[in-house]
Write a protein that binds this ligand. Structure first.
Ligand code: SAM
Length: 243
């Protein structure tokens, strides 16, 4: 459950840390430092906090980095993240999604994160692609995403079953405004859960009492809509729901 695949290729560790382009004085968070492959390189920055759930790894890390890193033994899914500039992590893959969406509720500027390749591809996918979906649209609400480089499974010990991908995320406001975030989440879930159905049929299932006759995009499928168009749809539904 802890997803402990440790990086053993020091070139990859260096590329990840270099990609974060950390300036002096920036506050850095590492999630899941493990045996310290990234921590070692990040620790030259004076403001590093690292949170590790594994008790024994945390004990060893506290010893090793006692001079210059604040090691927290804890669970990122329960910890209140203080304001941070940069996040760097080789995440435990089984909980990438809950970690990512929890991070979106805190304050930070950019992140360099390693995910399973398949998850990373869905995260950065654009409209028109078969893998563009709920993950791509919800992440796009909070960040710009960019794939940086692929990492072979041979860079880890033990080796995972699949390759990994490093992604850079930069916080920014979306290019639309929302009347209600909860309605947006509900609409995104609805139209991508049955992605082969027309949007009208998806929305009917989720909002059975709404009159959809005057709404845009009803005869299309979700995978071709831009996030801003989905936001427009969500705002129209929110207003109809108020009536
Ligand atoms: N950063 C190290 C590296 O690159 O070699 C380790 C990466 S390993 C894929 C993931 C790390 O996250 C493990 O050390 C694991 O114990 C830790 N971890 C797993 N779940 C966690 C959680 N909920 N909160 C904090 N750390 C967690």
């Amino acid at each position: 459950m802890l997803g402990q695949n440790f990086l053993i290729d020091s070139n990859i560790s260096k590329r990840i840390v270099d990609s974060a382009e950390i300036s002096e004085g920036e506050k850095v968070l590492e999630i899941g430092p493990g045996r310290g492959a990234l921590t070692e390189l990040l620790s030259s920055n004076g403001n590093l906090i690292a949170i590790e759930k594994d008790k024994w790894l945390a004990v060893v890390l506290k010893q090793k980095f006692k001079e210059n890193v604040e090691i927290i033994e804890g669970d990122i899914l329960k910890w209140d993240v203080p304001p941070i500039d940069v996040i760097v992590a080789n995440l435990p893959y089984s909980i990438s999604s809950p970690i990512l969406f929890r991070l979106f509720s805190y304050e930070w500027t950019r992140a360099v994160l390693m995910f399973q390749e398949e998850f990373a591809n869905r995260l950065v996918a654009k409209p028109g692609s078969k893998i563009y979906g709920r993950l791509s649209v919800m992440a796009n609400h909070f960040v710009d995403t960019k794939k940086l480089f692929k990492v072979s499974k041979t860079a880890f010990q033990p080796q995972p079953k699949i390759h990994s991908q490093v992604v850079k995320l930069v916080r920014r406001e979306p290019d639309y405004t929302l009347d209600d975030f909860e309605t947006f989440e509900k609409v995104v879930k609805s139209i991508f859960t049955h992605r082969r159905k027309k949007i009208r049929n998806c929305i009917k299932l989720t909002f059975p009492n709404l009159d959809l006759d005057n709404l845009n995009y009803m005869d299309l499928r979700a995978e071709i809509l831009m996030p801003s168009e989905i936001a427009e749809l969500s705002n129209s539904i929110f207003r109809l729901n108020l009536k």
